[in-house]
Design a protein around this ligand. Sequence first.
Ligand code: HEC
Length: 134
Amino acid sequence: MKKLIQIITIAFAALPLLTAQSSNVTLPQDKGPDKIDVSGYPAPMQKSYKTFAAKCSKCHTIARPINTMMTKPEWERYVKRMMHKPNSGISDAQGKDIFEFLVYDQVNRKDKNPKAFFAALSDEEIAKLKAQQQ
Ligand code: HEC
C-alpha cells in the first residue's frame, strides 16, 4: 500500500513535466492582431498558414509570432527552439512549412510596414517582463 501511494505521488509530481510549458508572460506583441489576411498569398502558403495558426498557438497567443519581426536566420532558429520545447507537437515537416510561411510573411507583409510590428525580445528582456508581471 505504501508503495502504491509512493508511485501515485511520484506520478502526480511528474505531471507538469509531461504537459507543454505555457508561456506565462505577456509580451507587447501579444496585444496586436491575431490573424493575417492570407487571401492574396500563394496556395501552399495559405495551407502552411493553417499549420502555423494551429501549432504556434498552443502555449501563447498566435498574435505573438504574427506581430514579431525576425530575419530569416532568426526565424529558423526560433522555429527550431519552439519545436524542441517539451510536447510542442510540431513535426519536422510541419516545422519546415511553418518556417517557410514565416519567412514569406516576413518579406511580403512585415518588411513592407516594419513600424506596425515589434522587434523580437532577448531572453533577458523576456525574463525582466516576467519578473515585473508576477
Ligand atoms: C511548447 C510551448 C510553445 C509552442 C508550441 C510555441 N511556443 Fe513560442 N514561446 C514559448 C515560450 C515559453 C516563449 C518564451 C516566452 C516565455 O518564456 O513565456 C515563447 C516565445 C515566442 C516568441 C517571442 C520571441 C521574442 O523574443 O520576442 C515568438 C515570436 C514565438 N514564441 C513564436 C512561436 C512560433 C512561430 C511557434 C510555432 C512554430 C511557437 N512559438 C510555438 C512557448 C511555445
